[in-house]
Ligand binder design. Sequence first.
Ligand SMILES: Nc1ncnc2c1ncn2[C@@H]1O[C@H](COP(=O)(O)OP(=O)(O)OP(=O)(O)O)[C@@H](O)[C@H]1O
Ligand SMILES: [Mg+2]
Length: 308
Amino acid sequence: MTVESELIERLQQLLAEAKAAGVEQALQPILKRALEDVAAKVSGVAETSSLIEVPGSYGLIGASAAMEQVFELIERVAPSTVPVLILGETGTGKELVARALHENSPRRSKLFLAENCAAVPAELLEGELFGHVKGAFTGAVANRDGHFVAANHGTVFLDEIGDMPLPMQSKLLRVLQEGEVRAVGSNKTVTVDVRVVAATNKDLPAMVSERNFREDLYYRLNVITISLPPLRDREGDVSILARFFADRLQASLGRSVELDAGALAALEAWSWPGNVRELENEIERAVALSDGVIGREDFSPRILAQQE
Ligand SMILES: Nc1ncnc2c1ncn2[C@@H]1O[C@H](COP(=O)(O)OP(=O)(O)OP(=O)(O)O)[C@@H](O)[C@H]1O
Ligand SMILES: [Mg+2]
């Protein structure tokens, strides 16, 4: 056994011990980095990723206390059929959580269908969700199932639920309460069994008091709430996520991508108004600009300006 492989083995042991002792949150980033360094020297770039255990769950990266709470909640509510409302600023991972709920439920072999209520004009949204019959409106040349029928026994994710027009909110309430849908232009109801997960970054209670969102629907959707913390409140996660995105790019580009200490410090200091999406884009941009080792100078001016 070479000195290097002994070192790797010892670091992996330490990582496991840290985990068993429940202190991996503090130690894992340090040990992981040491492991990466040794592994990179021994076996070159290609093999390092497989040695690294990325902290997180359900395809969501994070080891902060705030995210641990989210993972626990996902674990507890995924198996049931109750509606879940996911709240959080833009880019905090609401859609990833919705998928995680589906993938970790008994419904995983059925469809997960997502609809962005803000992106589709109201006339079309109704047909998308509830289906339509031939001739119901111009362009409806054949009968078509909506998401609630297509994803029967699966999950429908309603993104930007705060933008759902009021008349459609009544139809949605009916699905939630009676499990019944009626296609546009039809007088027949169909019974469905669909789990509804909704997300928004709007203030729904304020919309309820302004009468722009149905109160009964709000309570029905909001049986369980998962609130995603903004990235700036997830202690330590910026570095973990930055390395995760860099490793992923490294694997897809087939060339070495590293972040130096100054780069990580600059990222940790920024407030990330666009949350994880902003960080993901920033790493991609820096990788495109750098020659392999990303330094703080590779980041956008707004990120550098805060420290000068
Ligand atoms: N914890 C995480 N680990 C890894 N990737 C993440 C995480 N959270 C978010 N992402 C990535 O960040 C991007 C934004 O996530 P997502 O689309 O789920 O956010 P969102 O809350 O739905 O945003 P918006 O409100 O703008 O729709 C995606 O590319 C997603 O894969
Ligand atoms: Mg989204």
